[in-house]
Design a protein around this ligand. Structure first.
Ligand SMILES: [Cu+2]
Length: 122
């Protein structure tokens, strides 16, 4: 009887710590659009890019920036959301209008805004 009780207590403790770990992870994921990008460290010669599907919300030519309502980025554990992206080149914003659906590739480095390196409308 004592053994069973101990096991049950242990199981409950394990379950609670798992839940806590999940909550912490969710909080970290949600904060990625607030300048706390958790980009992987990688060499300058091999810049990892990630695919992105979304819809244009706003175009800011002066600041080389586009706000996108994007789908989840599973590889980075990003949920779907609306957020600004930098663009690597002003040409990427040419002719872009709010409401357009786009596909893009972007890079993300720790301490920097995520940057779109290629983009086309669908
Ligand atoms: Cu985002």
């Amino acid at each position: 009887m004592t053994f069973i009780k101990t096991t049950a207590t242990r199981l409950i403790t394990l379950t609670l710590s798992s839940l806590l770990a999940i909550s912490v992870q969710a909080a970290e994921t949600m904060s990625h659009d607030m300048g706390q990008m958790q980009g992987m460290t990688m060499s300058a010669t091999q810049q990892k890019t990630y695919p992105l599907n979304g819809r244009v919300v706003a175009v800011d030519n002066a600041n080389l920036q586009v706000t996108l309502e994007h789908d989840a980025v599973t590889e980075l554990q990003w949920p779907a959301m609306t957020m600004p992206f930098k663009v690597a080149d002003a040409k990427l914003l040419e002719g872009l209008q709010p409401g357009q659906s786009i596909m893009a590739m972007f890079t993300t480095n720790e301490g920097e805004a995520p940057t779109i390196v290629s983009l086309h409308t669908m």
